[in-house]
Write a protein that binds this ligand. Structure first.
Ligand code: ADP
Length: 560
């Protein structure tokens, strides 16, 4: 721009200077011609006054200050000439000045001399005797005047050109400077330095630029703030979130998303396939784009179950419609669901057996199929099955309360040794029936816990130790306090548990077949209840058992 201004300015200055030169040269020449014409006319008139028939051209030329003088008859015959011999000269009848000289007033003509081949101005006047007096003076004409002035014109033009170059340079600099400065200020972000310019027009532009920049800055700040917000939300979101445009290019992706798909590269602006090529996701995304439909399904990625929700979005922040993908970790939910359904299946199955027995026996009684002797036995079996059902329902209620978190959790300082004594007393009849000796080795150990839960815990362990024992066997219950917390140990000399199933006996409804063919009443829920109570107190259970030798269960309950 600066160069363009500079060149244009110089060209304009040059054209102006040349035009001025030409006009002044023409005016000068016209003026000079007029002056020469007037002077020559005056001289011609004066010479004609002193002419008489005897005057010759040489004499008259001297009078005229040396100008060439010719005396010609009206038909153009040269009578006398101050330079040439008259009779050697051609007839001048065709010359303009001779034709026009028919009054006593001189006329002037400027033209090129046909004899001397150089430009002349001629003045001619009719003499008193009818002949014509002609004066000739060298005259360069308009061209000559211009040529005469050419050096001055050239010098003036050169000077004008130099001045124009200087002014153009200074002007261009001055005009361009604020714009260059504005550009620099914009580039360096020094927006406050904009405006306040010497030129009103430039100042207007810079003010507008400044206002525009302020607007851009504000909208940039707003966009950045919005982006920060979105990034903050996305980075804090444990769920995976992806926003795709309709070309399946990723517009947004949360931090967790990349973790879920184990992707470490930049994904923004790239195809969804950089994150995942899972066909379920790809098909659902295609469907959402093509049919504007939603997709919800579970997906197992690295042993984690995600509930994937694919939703079409209209007119997103990126200015077009697209698709969002949300991945929510539902592993725990799904596990709980499957445990629940497994629990109900097992519970129904376990309840079915005693109910079937009771129904069978009662129908037999109703139909009179039982004689008086058998009646007592059948009633006893109905009672046993009812008790089994009752303890099963009690255990189911206990475990479901424990699992749902609705179990009574009021705590108090419970002496575990005292609880062990109560349990032992309650099971004394059962122990004597089984011919098993129960020995207590209990200190006073207080634990902040729920009394009923502590009772259930010890009752299940001691009950098992008696149930799965052998005649003349023994059970030792120990409650001690150690660094690790309260230690409860129930040791028996019973049938033991095969090492292959030791890891399973804490599962709900699991009953190991270690009874050697003898049917031992049980629900398969006792140890599951123990496990729940212990884990609720952040404790640990250790199991040592050998088939035919006995079992030792150790429960460690940390002091709170
Ligand atoms: P159950 O109501 O059958 O006793 P539990 O959950 O209390 O249910 O025990 C699960 C299984 O573990 C029992 O069926 C039994 O096979 C085994 N078991 C538990 N305690 C002992 C023990 N002290 N000695 C041998 N086997 C045991």
């Amino acid at each position: 721009m600066r160069k363009a201004i500079y060149i244009r300015f110089v060209v304009i200055a040059l054209i102006t200077a040349v035009l001025c030169g030409i006009v002044s040269a023409v005016l000068y020449s016209v003026n000079e011609k007029k002056q020469t014409s007037e002077q020559l006319s005056a001289l011609c008139f004066a010479v004609s006054r002193i002419y008489d028939v005897n005057s010759d051209a040489v004499y008259l030329s001297n009078v005229a200050g040396g100008e060439r003088v010719t005396i010609v008859t009206p038909d153009g015959t040269v009578l006398s000439d101050s330079i040439a011999v008259a009779n050697t000269m051609e007839n001048l009848g065709t010359r303009e000045e001779i034709i026009r000289a028919n009054t006593r007033t001189p006329i002037t003509v400027s033209r090129k001399s046909k004899t001397l081949a150089s430009p002349f101005m001629y003045a001619a006047i009719k003499l008193s005797d009818g002949n014509i007096l002609r004066l000739a003076q060298k005259y360069s004409g308009l061209d000559g005047g211009f040529v005469h002035q050419l050096p001055i014109v050239i010098i003036s033009l050169t000077a004008a050109l130099l001045i124009a170059v200087f002014i153009a340079n200074t002007f261009a600099k001055k005009v361009i400077y604020p714009l260059e400065k504005a550009a620099d200020d914009i580039a360096t972000g020094n927006y406050d330095a904009l405006a306040d310019d010497a030129y009103y027009e430039v100042e207007k532009i810079t003010i507008k630029i400044k206002a525009l920049l302020d607007k851009i800055n504000n909208s940039q700040r707003e966009t950045a703030a919005e982006k920060d917000k979105i990034e903050y939300i996305l980075s804090g979101m444990p769920e995976g979130f992806i926003l795709l445009d309709n070309n399946k290019k990723i517009q947004l992706a949360g931090k967790s998303t990349k973790k879920i798909f184990r992707c470490e590269t930049d994904v923004l602006g790239r195809d969804i396939s950089v994150l995942t090529r899972n066909t379920k996701i790809t098909e659902s995304v295609n469907k959402a784009i093509a049919e504007n439909s939603f997709g919800i399904f579970d997906l197992n990625i690295d042993d984690v179950v995600y509930s994937v929700r694919i939703s079409p979005v209209s007119e997103g922040a990126f200015g077009a419609s697209g698709v969002t993908i949300l991945l929510v970790d539902v592993t725990a939910e799904r596990k709980a669901q499957s445990l629940r359904s497994e629990f109900f299946t097992n519970a129904s199955h376990e309840l079915k057996t005693p109910i079937t027995s009771i129904m069978g026996f009662s129908q037999m009684l109703e139909n009179g199929l039982i004689n008086v002797q058998m009646c007592k036995e059948i009633c006893a079996r109905i009672s046993t099955e009812s008790q089994r059902m009752n303890s099963l329902i009690m255990d189911i209620l206990t475990i479901s309360r424990l699992e749902s978190g609705t179990a009574v959790t009021e705590t108090e300082n419970v002496d575990l040794g005292e609880v062990a004594r109560h349990v032992s007393e309650a099971l004394a009849f059962q122990a004597s029936e089984a011919n098993v000796k129960v020995t207590l080795d209990c200190s006073v150990v207080y634990l902040n816990a729920n009394r009923q839960q502590m009772y259930d815990l010890l009752n299940n362990l001691v009950d098992n130790a008696i149930k799965y024992n052998v005649p003349n066997g023994s059970v030792t219950v120990s409650v001690q306090s150690q660094n690790r917390g309260a230690i409860i140990t129930v040791t028996d000399t019973g049938i033991g548990i095969a090492s292959a199933v030791q890891s399973r006996i804490f599962e709900r409804f699991y009953r190991a077949n270690t009874s050697g063919g003898k049917t031992v009443a049980g629900t398969g829920l006792g140890l599951a209840i123990v496990k729940h109570i212990v884990s609720g107190l952040s404790g640990e259970i250790e199991l040592e058992s050998a088939v035919g030798k006995g079992t030792k269960v150790t429960v460690i309950l940390p002091e709170k």
